[in-house]
Every structure is written in structure tokens, then in C-alpha cells.
Write a protein that binds this ligand. Structure first.
Ligand SMILES: NC(=O)c1ccc[n+]([C@@H]2O[C@H](COP(=O)([O-])OP(=O)(O)OC[C@H]3O[C@@H](n4cnc5c(N)ncnc54)[C@H](O)[C@@H]3O)[C@@H](O)[C@H]2O)c1
Length: 285
């Protein structure tokens, strides 16, 4: 299949790599030339790692990378031959809406249109493009090369045929799809992020220190890592943004972001990416 991926950041590059490994032809587009170049480098490095680990079968990284099309100059050119378009641009509502309006103008009638959004409504993006039947969510997880799940999200107008195609497409990448309806947080973030938020709340209440809270969940609930270490990995700004979106959309105070989380984000303590979060990761960067 011809797959066009919009946005060459962390997720766009990861999804592109998975598509190339599955034998699809990929066209990658980004509004920023330097982001596009960095995305192409990330894909090349990812494929080299996959080759080292023997994940490419008898293919080489170089041959696999050959199915990545040269950069298209415009979004219109990038989507012109696509069978599947996956939008993975920055999680800013105004940016996403403008990209989806363009998609409605430029994509042919046929292709499956999917968004990798974590927190925006698939139904709203479908409406911006005017293609509700062909639009769904394909929500991959980071790092894409490691995590096997894809949430296949049904918007209000998504057709059964589009859901089937999206499911089959996720399977073609070796992923395991789970289907769900377009509700805030879908499945994983709706369950996971309030759990992480509650750990920040417990810490703020002085119930225990961060180490003890994480130990309780790794040893008492067999979690692979504790909720506060997980928050540091995800990024506290991302956790806060998802809680704010759940709170706004669902209107229930049980989704209120923990004040501790808000204070830490304001202070720039974002977790691993800033060098400091609930735990020290080598000092503030
Ligand atoms: N990072 C994660 O852990 C994660 C996990 C699952 C889903 N997501 C979702 O994936 C999407 C992308 O997230 P990310 O972490 O890769 O972000 P990112 O910031 O790494 O990359 C976003 C890219 O979009 C590009 N972009 C911005 N506006 C654009 C436009 N108008 N046209 C084309 N490209 C444009 C930016 O230049 C940037 O390269 C978001 O919707 C996010 O919610 C992220």
C-alpha cells in the first residue's frame, strides 16, 4: 500500500518505520524541513537497529529504506497517491484542524484517513475534513517499534468498512488492534493517566514518598514500573495536558489534575526530558 504520514516527529517517524518494515511504500511530510530531515534520520537509525536485531528477515535496512519516497513539497503532493493517510502532527487543536481541512480538500475520495491523536476527537477531525465515513483513529504507542497495541477508534460517522480496513492495516504492521469508540482518552489513556495523576495526588498529600509509591505498585500490583517513574517517562506536561482534556471533556472533578503535577510543569520539571521530574534524571537540562 501507499501510506502517507503527516508529521515526521517521534510518532510519525516510528509509524513510518513500522510501515516500511511491513513492506508498504511510505511518503513522509512535515511542515518543517529540519523536522523532516530529523525524522528521516530517525527512521534510518531505527531500521539499522532492527537489522542488527534480526527483525528485517532477509532484507537490509538500506533496501527497506528505499521504499521511503523522496520528500514531497506540499501536503497535496504527499497525499495524492495515498491509500492510507496517517496524521501524526503536533497535538495542537488549531494545527490539527487546519491539516484536516487541507486533507478534505486534497485527498482523493478513496483513501482511509486516520489520526494518531491522543486526546482530540476523531469525530471533530472527520468533520473538519468532511470525510466522516473514511476517517478513524489509529492510535499507536511510543516507542512504536516496541509496543504492539494500536487503538482503532470509531468516530460518529466512521463506516464499518473503514473500521475493517483500519483493523487489517494495523495487523499488516504486526500490531494488535483493539477497537473502541471516540471517547476522551480512548481506552489506554482513560485508564492509565488518571492512575498516574492519583499517584501525584498521594505524593502531594504526604501519604508516602515517590520511591515508596512506586515500590508499592511494582511489588504489590506487579506493574513493570511505578506510576511516578512512568509519569517521568511520558513527560509531566503530556500527563497534565491529557488530564486537562479529560476534565474538560467529561466535566467530572474526578479527572481534576493533581496540583502537584501543575506546579511541577510550571517549574519546568517535566521528567526525563528535562532531567528532573518525580525522580532525578541527571539534573535540570
Ligand atoms: N509522543 C507520544 O508518546 C505519543 C503517543 C501516542 C500518540 N501521540 C500523538 O501523536 C501525534 C504526534 O506526536 P509526537 O510526539 O510525534 O509529536 P512531535 O512534536 O514529535 O512531532 C510532531 C511533528 O508535526 C510537525 N507539524 C506541525 N504542524 C504541522 C503541519 N501543519 N503539517 C505537517 N507537519 C506538522 C512538527 O514539525 C513535528 O515534526 C500527536 O497527535 C500526539 O498526541 C504521541
Amino acid at each position: 500500500m501507499n501510506v502517507t504520514i503527516l508529521g515526521a516527529g517521534t510518532m510519525g517517524a516510528g509509524i513510518a518505520q513500522a510501515c516500511l518494515q511491513a513492506g508498504h511504500a511510505v511518503s513522509l511530510f512535515d511542515a518543517q524541513a529540519d523536522a523532516l530531515a530529523a525524522g528521516r534520520d530517525r527512521i534510518a537509525r531505527g531500521l539499522a537497529r532492527a537489522e542488527e536485531k534480526g527483525h528485517l528477515g532477509d532484507q537490509t535496512a538500506e533496501a527497506t529504506l528505499a521504499a521511503l519516497a523522496p520528500n514531497a513539497a506540499t501536503l497535496q503532493a504527499a497525499v495524492s497517491a495515498a491509500d492510507v493517510v496517517i496524521e501524526a502532527v503536533s497535538e495542537a487543536p488549531a494545527v490539527k484542524e487546519s491539516v484536516w481541512r487541507d486533507l478534505g480538500s486534497y485527498a482523493r475520495e478513496g483513501p482511509l484517513l486516520a489520526s494518531n491523536t491522543s486526546s482530540l476527537s476523531i469525530t471533530a477531525l472527520a468533520a473538519a475534513a468532511g470525510r466522516p465515513e473514511r476517517t478513524c483513529g489509529l492510535h499507536f504507542f511510543n516507542p512504536v517499534a516496541v509496543l504492539p497495541l494500536v487503538e482503532v477508534v470509531r468516530g460518529e460517522g466512521t463506516s464499518d468498512a473503514a473500521m475493517d480496513e483500519a483493523d487489517a492495516f494495523a495487523r499488516s504492521l504486526g500490531k494488535t488492534p483493539v477497537q473502541c469508540h471516540d471517547r476522551p482518552g480512548f481506552l489506554v489513556n482513560r485508564l492509565l493517566i488518571p492512575y498516574v495523576n492519583e499517584a501525584a495526588q498521594l505524593l502531594d498529600e504526604g501519604s508516602a514518598d515517590a520511591e515508596a509509591i512506586d515500590t508499592a505498585m511494582t511489588l504489590g500490583a506487579n506493574m513493570p514500573m511505578g506510576p511516578l517513574a512512568l509519569a517521568d517517562l511520558i513527560g509531566l506536561d503530556v500527563v497534565l495536558a491529557i488530564m486537562e482534556s479529560l476534565h474538560a471533556e467529561l466535566g467530572d472533578d474526578k479527572y481534576r489534575p493533581a496540583p502537584r503535577l501543575r506546579r511541577m510543569v510550571r517549574a519546568g520539571h517535566l521528567g526525563r526530558k528535562s532531567g528532573r521530574g518525580f525522580f532525578d534524571h541527571g539534573g535540570q537540562r
